[in-house]
Design a protein around this ligand. Structure first.
Ligand code: ZN
Length: 494
């Protein structure tokens, strides 16, 4: 992937021009490719077959402590786009109370590409549909009232340039897929079971990942069997017990109650009117006991194959491996250069030394904001799932989110799950229906009593984390082992 030297020269000259006119900082993101393909099969019919191509440039200008942003899909209007962004920054500067700064960073040059064998956009629509329709056929049964298959492919070439001399380029490829089936239980109420394509953390993430039977197709048989058991299973009784989260549920837990509250822009109040705030304050870093000693959470985790692995963020910062929580103590946040300067100024001390490389935009026409990368709970020493079950007196094993409701500052939560099994005196005793659990975030993580080993760890993919106004759907990864929490309120009061 290359851009013409003429186009690059044009962008760099415009950056220089805006700086010489008085701007403090300028960056530009050029998408030479921004392709997204969505296929949905509903009850065996092709419901959606959409491909979107988005190419263009987005320009940010920092002037007198205020940001301006503008974007265009017309390459002939690049100069105008820089002017517009600068004009927006000047207007904003006349209104700003607290001047914003950009944390310092040396210039870098770098290149990144997602590991891919077969670009999904090189695969024919016939081959894609053949695969999905074969999967749909494998899910079909008389007693199943609804079948859904969703697949989304993304392929992007993004160039980044800034006024400090940083130049990066990245080729991002993502493949997401979901299968879901619904049937009516003995009370006539719908029950759902689903499976999302996951990655092995290593390997490649092209079309070949989707057609690996162990990552997707083979799960059709498993989810059918589990759904059948759910239909006549007993209801979960209300009460306090241990909850063992499989990674398919643990990923939502970490996403909502560790990932989101540790986004620095949320902590600073930027998302209050839409996504919400955070119960975490700037004085909590290095001190707050977020969880038990077994809780270790990393921001990136050096996962090679994940939608949360992207090489360089949209401020040109290399993705950085660091701990957010170490042995239960809160250490760091998900940060960008733009936010750490503001946070340190507000706290009147250096809370954050350097950007976490978490600044990302969903498209060229959106300004980057603080996002999760691969917010992951690191594997522990409590053995495999069987070992954890053996040590559980009274509990449930839960998998896959069905619904979720979370306090706007992420201080508490209530989750319903698709699937659950009861555990009594160290044995899995059978399936239970309509399992829910709830808790206060800090109390819940402080009751983390077992963390599964590497064999229980799975890298889950999220394709649609929502945040920002206007909304920016973002791709993220979560590495999660099997987790057990004690004294959790489960089920609903009758
Ligand atoms: Zn989210």
């Amino acid at each position: 992937m290359t851009i013409s030297s003429e186009l690059k020269k044009n962008i760099l000259q415009n950056i220089d021009r805006i700086i010489s006119d008085g701007a403090e900082y300028v960056d530009a993101r050029l998408y030479t490719k921004g392709d997204t393909e969505m296929l949905i099969i509903f009850d065996g019919n092709i419901e959606v077959n959409d491909t979107v191509y988005e190419n263009g440039i987005g320009v940010r200008v920092l002037y007198n402590g205020a940001w301006g942003f503008a974007a265009t899909s017309s390459i002939s209007e690049i100069e105008k786009c820089f002017d517009k962004s600068f004009a927006n920054a000047k207007t904003a500067a006349s209104l700003v109370n607290t001047p914003l700064r950009m944390a310092k960073k040396p210039a870098i040059k770098g290149s990144f590409a997602s590991p891919v064998k077969q670009n999904p956009f090189d695969v024919s629509i016939k081959d894609k549909l053949d695969f999905l329709l074969a999967t749909d056929k494998a899910l079909k049964e008389d007693w199943i009232i609804q079948r859904l298959l969703m697949t989304m492919f993304q392929h992007r070439h993004i160039y980044f340039f800034n006024s400090e001399g940083t130049e990066t380029d990245k080729t991002i490829t993502n493949v997401f897929s979901k299968m879901a089936i619904t049937a009516l239980d003995e009370d006539g109420l719908p029950q759902r079971r689903s499976h999302d394509l996951y990655t092995e953390g290593t390997g490649t993430r092209g079309f070949e990942m989707l057609i690996k039977p162990e990552l997707f197709f083979n799960h059709s048989k498993r989810i059918k069997g589990e759904l059948k058991e759910l239909l006549t299973a007993k209801q979960l009784d209300y009460g306090k017990r241990s909850v063992i989260l499989l990674p398919g549920q643990g990923m939502l837990q970490v996403h909502e109650t560790i990932g989101h509250p540790l986004e620095l822009d949320r902590i600073l109040g930027y998302e209050l009117s839409y996504a919400g705030g955070s119960f975490v304050g700037l004085n909590d870093f290095g001190k707050l006991k977020y969880g038990s000693e077994k809780l270790n959470v990393s921001a990136y985790g050096k996962i090679e194959n994940s939608p949360g692995t992207f090489g360089f963020d949209d401020e040109g910062t290399p993705e950085r491996d660091y701990l957010l929580i170490e042995k239960g103590i809160l250490k760091d946040a998900l940060t960008s250069r733009a936010m750490i300067a503001e946070a340190n100024a507000k706290a009147q001390k250096e809370v954050f030394k350097e950007s976490g490389g978490c600044s990302r935009a969903t498209a060229f026409y959106r300004a980057p904001i603080d996002r999760m990368s691969n917010v992951s709970i690191l594997p522990g020493n409590d053995g495999n799932l069987d070992d954890i079950i053996k040590n559980t007196e009274n509990g449930i094993i839960v998998d896959t989110p069905l619904s979720w409701s979370i306090g706007s500052n992420r201080e508490h939560f209530h989750f319903a799950t698709e699937m659950a099994w009861e555990v009594k005196n160290g044995k899995k005793t059978g399936v239970v229906r309509n399992a829910t659990y709830q808790g206060h975030t800090l109390e819940f993580y402080n009751n983390l009593s077992a963390v599964g080993d590497e064999s229980t760890y799975r890298v889950c993919q999220v394709e649609n984390c929502g945040k920002g106004e206007p909304n920016q759907a973002m791709e993220i990864g979560h590495g999660v082992p099997v987790l057990r929490f004690d004294d959790v309120i489960t089920g609903e009061r009758s």
